[in-house]
Write a protein that binds this ligand. Structure first.
Ligand SMILES: [Fe+2]
Length: 488
């Protein structure tokens, strides 16, 4: 039987992305538009991204939300209608331009939150799961709970158990707070989360009142004029965690499954994620849980069955063998090295194929890496560690015996020895790497053999203000700008 290809798209809001699924369940490509256009969080599909997709004979396009429903919500919330983006044909024409001159046989659209749920469930190892979706906003839903399972034919079936609608939104609240503390909403929420550890939660009641009042019209810039940003961030984080856990309790009470599939942009809050094991036995968060990941979700819905999930390395390929020996030699002599090898990560985290790596030992390394990254000094870097050694160095939270995609924080057992990868509250956003034969795994093994240290500092390889490095030309520009060798 001839295999077909399904193109999943998410676009028009922020962080546009494309996924291609083959009709035997293989995810053959998934990539972010920003990595090709070099515009951070690019909301639109760029043609360079589509060049990757052109390698496949697409017969179905699956879109991650219902355009006309979104416009209806915009109308109801007083934002007016965009008459050029009401039908899916209009949206695709605007996003794909000339590429749509040979349209595939089928074009399908799916509900925004259902696309999130499917991106999670159909990549998860579970036959049955409770799916929780928490984001800023879908067409109308802002929180949804789904019961998911495969029927006797292997077809994915979703039953909506509960939902919350706009304007009550945990994601919009966190984004509004992100703006209030001087950061970019829908982009820098992770910095707000990092800032929270430096503050005191003095304003939880004020945050709650804000959430219950007029949040949909934004935060008045004069709100809490004397408060320091760190205290606002800490207060918002406390309230956000309280709200997330109340959703988790509600989800568990349906009794559908003790397997949790958690999706939506709020699932990137790795600080809140540390306690998910209090509510569910098993946890799966697809490494790209935000709207970009819903390009995969829409394609998954069109495919209808469980996908073959291997890892998050689904994007642009830089050919060649992972440069293990060269990296170890360079790290031993220079302490810092870049790597751009193999396929790019799908999702916001660099997991070893587009990473800036460093020896995590000692007190000076954080400042050295920050010379390059120029991040806020209050933010730590993340450790990547051999999975079997993780317990010795970190106290992993319940439900997180492994953390292959940096989705939960853990308590560092020796913060004095590894200050660069520990936050002020003693936590670390750990990436554990199992014996999967991947490049980063082989690098950690070789590094451990030579040094006795089973971990490295891992941060994303990007020129400041730009998205993560995608191709070798980006890596060359990085080398020139920062005088740091990037190995391929
Ligand atoms: Fe979303």
């Amino acid at each position: 039987m001839k295999l077909g290809y399904i193109l999943g798209l998410s676009a028009g809001f922020h962080d546009a992305a494309a996924t291609v699924i083959r009709t035997d369940g293989e995810i053959v490509f998934a990539g972010h538009s920003e990595r090709y256009s070099k515009k951070k969080n690019d909301a639109n599909i760029c043609l360079n991204l589509m060049q990757e997709v052109c390698n496949y004979e697409i017969d179905t396009i699956a879109y991650y939300e219902r355009p006309w429903l979104k416009q209806l919500r915009n109308l109801r919330s007083g934002q007016g209608i965009d008459w050029n983006n009401i039908t899916i044909r209009q949206v695709l024409r605007n996003q794909l331009g000339s590429w749509l001159q040979h349209p595939p046989q089928q074009i399908k659209t799916y509900n925004h939150h259902l696309s999130h749920a499917a991106a999670g469930f159909q990549t998860s190892p579970y036959d049955r799961a409770t799916c929780v979706v928490i984001d800023a906003i879908g067409e109308f839903d802002t929180i949804s709970i789904w019961g998911a399972e495969y029927d006797t034919q292997g077809k994915a079936v979703y039953k909506k158990l509960w939902s919350q609608t706009y304007p009550h939104s945990i994601g919009l609240f966190y984004s509004a707070i992100t703006q209030r503390v001087g950061l970019h909403p829908l982009d820098e929420e992770y910095i707000t989360m990092g800032m929270a550890a430096w503050g005191k939660p003095r304003y939880v009641a004020e945050c709650r009142a804000l959430l219950e009042d007029n949040l949909h019209i934004g935060i008045d810039p004069k709100w809490l004029p004397d408060a320091v940003n760190e205290d606002i961030a800490a207060s918002a984080q406390i309230l956000t965690e309280e709200l997330i856990y109340s959703v988790m309790r509600r989800a568990r009470k349906f009794g559908w499954s003790s397997n949790l599939v958690y999706m939506g942009g709020v699932a990137l809050n790795c600080l809140a994620n540390r306690n998910l094991g209090e509510y569910f036995e098993n946890i799966w968060i697809m490494p790209c849980p935000g709207d970009a990941g819903s390009s995969l979700g829409a394609a998954a819905l069109a495919y209808g069955r469980q996908l073959h999930w291997k890892d998050a390395f689904l994007g642009h390929a830089i050919p060649g063998t992972y440069p293990v020996d060269a990296l170890v030699d360079h790290l031993l002599s220079n302490a810092i090295a870049g790597v751009a090898s193999g396929r790019a990560e799908f999702g916001p985290r660099a997991l070893g194929n587009r990473s800036l790596l460093a020896d995590p030992r000692g007190i000076h390394i954080k400042d050295q890496v920050n010379e390059i990254k120029r991040r806020q000094k209050f933010r730590p870097f993340a450790p990547v560690i051999l999975a079997e050694q993780a317990d010795e160095f970190f106290s992993m939270p319940r439900g997180w015996s492994s953390s292959p995609y940096m989705q939960s924080v853990a308590v560092c057992r020796s913060p004095d020895l590894y200050p660069a990868v520990c936050h002020v509250d003693g936590s670390s956003r750990v990436q554990t790497v199992a014996a999967d034969g991947s490049g980063i795994r082989r690098l950690l093994e070789a590094w451990y053999d030579r040094t006795g240290c089973p971990m490295l500092l891992n941060t994303s390889l990007n020129i400041r203000g730009e998205p993560m490095v995608n191709d070798r030309a980006d890596a060359d520009r990085f080398e020139q700008q920062y005088n740091v060798k990037v190995f391929s």
